[in-house]
Design a protein around this ligand. Structure first.
Ligand code: FEO
Length: 391
């Protein structure tokens, strides 16, 4: 992707990866992604902020070549390789460039990449860097997405370069995001930021103290309406949940499917939004996305080899690892001759601070008395949602 001007002497010089479909060999990214890198030309010094995935180094180097600049400083906001992987190539070409980062990020970079220690200049929270007519300020914002993350603030232009923070996986030639980025940004938050919700809230408070006109993340388009994405993050990271029940499930021979269908109808009749997610067809990112707002999760599974279906195990493990703000969990499903499915599922959600709604495990195909019990489960969920004041 050719470089683009954001403001006077501020350029986007990163690349778009139209073809990438999976990240960390885990996260499906059907809309591709980008690795954004930014160049700031001050009257005295020129800075490159973050690099790109090593598979795309040549495109970044081409852009810098076209802009005909020397790089005095290379600022690294985050050590993960999709942003740091081209650092050795940049240092090879711009031999006098100094790598500016925080101490945690330096430690990680030195583990991952061949960078001489003398190339580094370590900054602390609130440190500044003068480029002549422009000034940068470094704000340490850990856990967006690793413990090393920081953001860089360009004071004169009121731009924050936020790396993964506020990012989205979407390949687009649009420089600035429209409101339609919401779903991509929320899914991105769900997949990599959600476990660090409490710390992210503190980072948002820190950003509230500075005037921001543009947010330039390192994935997806730039925000020239920063309030839109900051407000979304405040909502996602708040303790408030919505009147929603997420139901990740598998059915092998139809019993669990009947139970889920009945539960969905029973919840709808009680004015609760139900989100059944058949794990055979659902990208795990959709499960993560659904967990951002849900108050209740009902995990539904048949019994396979005495335990839950492996796809349900995966979804349950993921939900536990993402530590969403769920308030209630229940389990439903069926078995043929026995098993310990309920114990195994409940044993897998130890990090979730939830209360249990009475589970329902039945033998074989659901019968009238089982449907009645599903109605009772829906009543219990409705009663809890009412107590929270969300119905
Ligand atoms: Fe886009 Fe955590 O790297």
């Amino acid at each position: 992707m050719i470089y683009r001007k954001i403001k006077e002497d501020v350029y986007s010089v990163g690349v778009i990866d139209w073809d990438r479909r999976i990240f960390d060999e885990l996260i499906q990214i059907p809309n591709g992604t980008s690795y954004n890198s930014y160049l700031i030309k001050g009257s005295d010094k020129t800075v490159l902020i973050d690099t790109v995935d090593p598979t795309k180094t040549h495109e970044l180097l081409d852009n810098l070549e076209k802009l005909d600049v020397n790089i005095d400083y290379l600022i690294v906001n985050h050590a993960e390789q999709d942003h740091s992987g081209s650092i050795p190539n940049i240092l090879e070409k711009y031999k006098d460039a100094v790598v500016i980062t925080n101490s945690k990020c330096k430690e990680l970079l030195m583990e991952f990449l061949p960078i001489d220690e003398e190339k580094f200049m370590v900054v602390k929270d609130g440190d500044t860097l003068n480029l002549g007519n422009k000034n940068l300020k470094f704000l340490i914002t850990p856990w967006v997405h690793w413990p090393d993350t920081m953001v860089t603030y360009l004071e004169e232009d009121k731009i924050i370069f936020s790396c993964d923070f506020f990012g989205s996986h979407r390949a687009t030639t649009q420089l600035f995001a429209g409101k339609d980025i919401y779903r991509n940004a929320k899914k991105y938050y769900a997949e990599i930021m959600m476990p660090f919700r409490a710390i992210i809230r503190k980072n948002l408070e820190k950003l509230d103290k500075i005037e921001i006109e543009i947010i330039a993340p390192s994935h997806g388009p730039i925000y020239n309406d920063p309030k839109f994405i900051i407000d979304a993050y405040k909502d996602w990271t708040s303790d408030n949940t919505k009147n929603e029940v997420i139901i990740p499930y598998i059915s092998m021979h139809g019993s669990t499917q009947r139970m889920v269908d009945h539960l969905v109808n029973a919840l709808v009749q009680r004015n609760i939004e139900a989100k059944p997610l058949n794990l055979t067809y659902t990208d795990m990112g959709e499960v993560a996305l659904g967990l951002v707002d849900a108050t209740t999760m009902v995990i539904a599974s048949p019994t396979v080899l005495t335990g839950p279906h492996p796809s349900v195990v995966y979804a349950t493990y993921l939900a536990n690892a993402l530590r969403p703000k769920l308030k209630f969990v229940s389990v439903m499903g069926s078995y043929g001759w026995g098993g310990r499915m309920l114990d195994q599922i409940t044993g897998m959600i130890s990090t979730l601070k939830v209360d249990m709604i009475s589970p329902l495990i039945i033998k074989g195909f659901p019968k009238d008395e089982d449907y009645k019990k599903i109605d009772e489960m829906a009543d219990e969920i409705a009663s809890q949602h009412k107590k929270l004041g969300i119905i």
